[in-house]
Ligand binder design. Structure first.
Ligand SMILES: [Zn+2]
Length: 240
């Protein structure tokens, strides 16, 4: 008779393993808007300084694993990759935003829009999610000649094999607003897509407060026009 509980627990174990969707992580509003400390978060890992332009950068553990595989393949093809920015929490993003708010001159009603060409309002950055990396140089010109161009071509051809894609492409018919093109910004879409869905479901303009010019979040519809306005990720293996 003792075999019955054993069989029961085995079947529970296997049914959970065979249906991975059952254990999908759930994301809190705090996590989605960057209100946490990556160093203290159990799902994050520090990037060893030799892979990055400075120490103290973090990624989600799965993202870091996938990135290392991509890095190895890129190296074998002769390319050099350095992470220049990874996870940025709310506090860090607020520092960037408030500095730019102060340094960009009047008029105030266009200031938020001008900052938003390349920088996110605190609480709206994909860098909060731990799934994003900025690589090598924060300007498109770097990726348009020499080694930068070679690397960019390699990333366009191979990054998707490792789960990465470029969310901020040039504007086109289906992405006609939001941030400008960023050839340096790559997103680990298997997880970023889940976070994006959760974000659009949970976060509202009420949550975007506590920084300079935050009232423009609603009037510029930053959730719709910036968070949502990204390139579609590559099709999954099922649809290829
Ligand atoms: Zn970025």
């Amino acid at each position: 008779m003792r075999i019955l509980p054993l069989l029961l627990s085995l079947s529970l174990f296997f049914s959970a393993a065979w249906r991975p969707n059952v254990s999908l992580p759930r994301y809190s509003k705090a996590e989605l808007t960057g209100r946490f400390v990556p160093r203290q978060h159990p799902h994050f890992v520090a990037i060893p300084p030799r892979y990055a332009s400075r120490s103290g950068m973090y990624l989600r553990k799965e993202v870091w694993r996938a990135y290392q595989e991509m890095l190895q393949a890129a190296r074998q093809a002769g390319h050099t990759l350095t992470i220049v920015s990874a996870t940025r929490n709310w506090r860090y993003q607020a520092g960037i935003w408030n500095r730019k708010w102060q340094s960009y001159g009047p008029p105030e009603n266009t200031r938020a829009r001008r900052i938003l060409r390349y920088s996110s309002m605190p609480g709206t950055s994909r860098h909060h999610w731990g799934t994003e990396v900025d690589l090598n140089a924060l300007n498109n010109e770097y990726f348009e000649s020499g080694a930068g161009r070679q690397l960019y071509r390699w990333l366009q051809a191979h990054a998707a094999q490792y789960g990465f894609y470029q969310p901020y492409t040039p504007f086109h018919r289906f992405r006609d607003q939001g941030y400008r093109e960023e050839k340096w910004h790559w997103s680990y879409y298997p997880i970023a897509q889940q976070l994006e869905r959760a974000y659009l479901h949970l976060v509202d303009y009420e949550d975007l407060r506590g920084f300079r010019g935050s009232s423009y979040a609603r009037s510029l519809r930053v959730i719709n026009n910036y968070v949502r306005s990204v390139e579609a990720p590559p099709p999954g293996p099922d649809s290829q």
